[in-house]
Design a protein around this ligand. Sequence first.
Ligand code: SF4
Length: 694
Amino acid sequence: MGDTKIVKTTCSTCGSCCEVDAYVRDGKLMSVEGARNTPLQSGGMCAKGVAATQYVYNKERIQYPMKRVGKKGEGRFERISWDEAYEMIAENLLRIRKEYGARSAVFYAGYPKWYRPALLRLANAYGSPNFCTESSTCFQAAALAWRSLYGNGICGPDMKNARTLLIWSSNLYHSNTPMSGMYQGLKKRGVKIIDVDPRHTVTAHDADIHLQLIPGTDGALALSMAQVIIEEDLYDKEFVGQYVYGFEEYKEYVQKFVPEEAEKITGVPAEQIRLAARTYAGNGPASVMFSASPIVHHINGVQNYRAVFSLIALTGNYDVEGGNRTQPGPFSPANEFGKVRRYDGEEAIGQKDFPVWFDLSCDEAQCTKIADYILEEEPYPIKAMFAMGLNHRMWPKPGHLLDALEKLDFYVNVELFMSDSSKAADLVLPACTSYEREEVHVGRGGRFFFSNKAIEPVGEAKNDIVIIMEVLKRMKQRDAAISDEVLEGGYDAYMQHILEPSGLTLEVLKNHSEGMMGKNLFSPVVKTYEKQPFNTPSGKVEIRSLVLERYGESHGYEGLPVYHDYRTETEIDRTEYPFILNTGSRKPQFFHARVYRMSWLANIENEPLVDIHPEDAKRCGIEDGDYVKVVSPAGEITGIAMYNVMGEPGIVYIYHGSSKGEANELIGKDYVDPISGFPGYKGYFCRVEKEERR
Ligand code: SF4
């Protein structure tokens, strides 16, 4: 038996890309732990990451290219060579382009995300406007809300210099584990923490003020805080006077949300709202820490987030030390997006339904309604899908998408596992985990590091970007016009291209296992707005958005961050569906669907758990541990009732992604925010009934 060696590499089971030490013996991954001797890491790791050996050596790993031999969706495949697979892709994609046009092929990036820029390059080379990603249901609506106000990318919190931190619906212990150490440091430093969350999470437990609102009422709460801040003259008059557009209308609008009124909507006591508003505005500088999805997984999500983001401008905490700072650098691989031209020829999918998504520079199509677009051939026929990591369970009514995928003329999924989404494909290609490939990364503060290959790929699995490069090459052999300089250079050249703006070379970085600071870092600057106007139509922070108002008549969008209540404005009969249904609130052991196949994690919940408040359960005659049926206007599933007092009565929480009971089947496919297209996963309706054991 050989010696155990430690390889510096990365975990990418979720999107956080944590640096890890992999213990490898005789070419096999034995165990992993958080990297030691690395900034911000101390050997610790989350439950999902620790289960790495179950991830890498999972019996459902796809080991070879597999071609469908049964009927669509039947799941019968046979092994083929990589050469056959590449030829099949090139032939089919080019045939479909010739018959229906380039727009009829969709290029989709799911999880992980690291290959997105390369896939966008492939879509561009092919000529399709339909590059889209899982961001159609995650994060991007938050970016859209921000951009409608400030005209740039989201400015993160400057926690190092903040005296107050307002955490808006982010339980970072479960959703952003690497940040939890930093959070504890803030507490020790005496930073005032305000946490907004419908549940009493660990993060909320440590906060000075916890605003436990009813899910989806974020807008009313933020507008109420604004009302207090304006009423009590705590706002930054100079910043507002010089740099904010629409303040007078906003000031008038927020009067409807005096704390006593907001209490009736949000469930947060009026005095708590006042205290939070005074603390955020009075104990500055203050930062707001955001979350990717909880707020925008509501049908008024964009406007709710606009109301939250407006607080930053109102208090002058935009782009100041300790506030929410612009990030001119350092360069990150994600910036590669900015360097790829956006294909702006044909209409992309989602463009008619969600025009602001495109106006506000989201460099991708909006694909929440892709199942309808495929099945109804609107706005035009979609015939092919080249997907990487597609997980249909990220959509509302996932079964509807599976039906649509089976209708496609040609569907490829590049994946780690033979998932249900893969079973609907014509061709499934095996991808590597991060343990089986090399990568360059940039960490916090401009520190670059090289992630080593810890083990050889399982079976014939390949690096996603190498697959993309080969697909391009095969298409180019048939049509010389299909080209991309970067993708044609080989993988090492690609990594060097990513590093280019940093001033580092791949060769040097590979020899520095501790990582290196980029040479060409931008110096931190503040108050960028003093030198250049905001990138909005008015040149100011648009609390009243002129981009949204463009679509007032056609789509009913409003410029102010208006609050619409999904509970009172719905046509759904609330007597039949009395509970608010929330799917997908993070649990420490889960990350979407893929980890359910790892027994160390999945065995924690053998069946979907239906978190219900004991008071509600007793009213329904349900005991803790009973089998229950959850029924919504869109569907029903069964699970096990679990008494949970983290949330208030009236709300039912179920995590999504389980094939034993998919919670997202309960969400109506058209139940989406009309601005972003994001599904209302965290604010739909249901009832819960006791079910005798099946
Ligand atoms: S948070 Fe956990 S699962 Fe995500 S990358 Fe880090 S170790 Fe892996």
